[in-house]
Write a protein that binds this ligand. Sequence first.
Ligand code: HEM
Length: 247
Amino acid sequence: MITALYAILFYGATIVLVGGLGYRVWQYASTPAPLKIPTTPAPVTRSGVVWRMGREIVLFESLFKSNKWIWLFGWMFHFALLLVLLRHLRYFTDPVWSWVALIQPFGLYGAFAMVAGLLGLWVRRFVVPRVRYISAPSDHLMLALLVAIGLSGLAMRYVAPTDIVALKAFFLGLIWFDWQPLPGDPVLLLHLALVATLMIIFPVSKLLHAPGLFFSPGRNQVDNPREKRHLAPWAAKLEAGARGTKR
Ligand code: HEM
């Protein structure tokens, strides 16, 4: 019964996550950016834009320049999340890739750093008056959800271990459509229910800043308005149409 429920939950959550994210990315990609608005000083070549975007994604450069505390906790959380997710790959791959086996201990440090980063970001929403004023319930809920996922994961590691072999068989079974029983430990069921919730709300949440960053005109445009006229394809069509009617 629990196996069937969670199997359906994870199929549904995966469809919502992949479909929803695909739809959002398509929306972002097809939204007109009619004006040249790179955040200056900005790169004047395409490779310069790629380099700046890379620094933004890996180091959170502009956040570093604007606020050291948010940068510290934000970067810590995101980098730790990456390690945690990479560590999780061992539940979905058979055989486990050697580099995934190698990073296991780092993923564990990552779990602590992830929760610490999230708590730092959360405290700021209470103690900085300006930030408290603009914090919506969803800001708190997102943090609560991620902290709860982290703590339930750590609880499985240190307090109430689960049967990892059976869990892996369940997820590989989902992937290959050959269902296997899911262990019924309460902490595991909580961890998984929270993860499925995260997957379902991702495409309608502020967490969309992850793909959104790539489509930000202030970040992805080359600063060359004097050298080259900025004409979006849809605007070019309009212009061609207008010329056509004049004739
Ligand atoms: C379907 C997806 C997931 C499954 C099957 C899963 C399963 C597990 C399991 C079995 C553990 C215990 C590991 C151990 O005892 O060694 C764990 C730990 C943990 N999980 Fe997840 N998890 C999933 C998704 C996530 C996500 C999306 C996050 C973060 C947003 C997350 C964060 C953590 C953390 C921080 C730990 C503790 C550190 C560790 O042992 O790796 N999990 N997870």
